[in-house]
Design a protein around this ligand. Structure first.
Ligand code: ARG
Length: 298
């Protein structure tokens, strides 16, 4: 397992280096309101036959090429059971690091954020199928997912950790191999690693139980249905803080990059979101948001 984690880590680092070389559009968040839409500039790109000219005259030029699923909105596919990245607030709305970053991105694009809450396993298919514009869910960049969506720059790192009941005989990652049952959230990288074959460094499907969300995996752990839960470190901290008698093992880790997934059919949106995100990283907005949720209380 150690070797597997190390290999994965090396792979992830190579990926993130490769990602640095990716292209992105120059940042241009200012709506070019003064632009006369009737100017010949519009003729350059493909013709949107149905688009009435009157609408085009009103729309800021920057948004004119960006297709979104609903006019004026940026739909974010997420699974709001992943604190502190996305969760349901006391008043029933959505909050968290991803929600705030996405709100800031939407603002830069002149759009209003709409959160589409769904199972984690659906966030990528939702953008692929044109139901949501962005997948933002503490979503780890993986080679396989890159086949299905394009990713922006990474805005955070996640670390897969192991939660066990206090007093558990599981002391290190290697102890997971001793015929233990591991709880994970459906469709996550924690599931992917753990359910892989023993030869590949996993524990095999038979030793893994998937739950619709992290909280349910934690309930299973408390109820003795599983011996450990493998999940990203920040939600892990939130779950352990909210539940007595659990602890996070200080053991082997795998570091992952979180990024925003966008349909491969929509490079203009990808470039615009990527540029907006990069501006928000550069001007410290992302750090301020992250600190508010993660570092502030420590
Ligand atoms: N980082 C992990 C992954 O991408 C887990 C993400 C789960 N996110 C959520 N919002 N439930 O597979």
């Amino acid at each position: 397992m150690k070797k597997y984690f190390a290999l994965l880590l090396a792979g992830m680092m190579a990926l993130s280096l490769a990602a640095c070389g990716g292209s992105s559009a120059p940042a241009s968040s200012e709506p070019a309101a003064e632009t006369e839409a009737a100017e010949p500039a519009a003729e350059a790109e493909g013709t949107e036959a149905e688009a009435p000219a009157a609408d085009a005259a009103e729309a800021p030029a920057a948004d004119a090429e960006i297709k979104v699923v609903e006019a004026g909105k940026l739909h974010m596919a997420t699974n709001a059971a992943f604190p502190p990245y996305e969760m349901i607030s006391d008043n029933g709305g959505f909050e968290g690091i991803d929600v705030e970053i996405a709100t800031a991105i939407a603002q830069k694009l002149g759009l209003e954020l709409v959160v589409d809450d769904m199972e984690f396993g659906s966030v990528i298919t939702s953008v692929q199928g044109g139901k949501s514009d962005i997948a933002m869910a503490g979503l780890t960049v993986t080679e396989e997912r890159k086949q299905n969506v394009d990713f922006t720059e990474s805005y955070a790192t996640g670390v897969q950790v192991i939660i066990v009941p206090e007093g558990s005989d599981i002391k290190t990652v290697d102890d997971l191999a001793n015929d233990k049952m591991i709880g994970v959230q459906d469709g996550t990288t924690g599931y992917i690693y753990c359910s892989d074959t023993v030869e590949n460094g996993g524990y095999g499907e038979d030793h893994v139980t998937s739950y619709p969300n992290g909280a349910m995996a934690i309930e299973a752990l408390k109820g003795g249905k599983v011996d450990a839960v493998v999940i990203d470190n920040e939600p892990a901290k939130a779950f352990v803080a909210a539940n007595e008698g659990l602890k996070i093992l200080d053991t082997e880790y795998i570091v992952e990059n979180y990024a925003i997934g966008i349909s491969k059919e929509n490079p203009a949106l990808r470039d615009a979101v990527d540029a907006a995100l990069k501006e928000l990283i550069a001007d410290g907005t992302v750090k301020t948001i992250v600190d508010k949720y993660i570092n502030a209380g420590e």
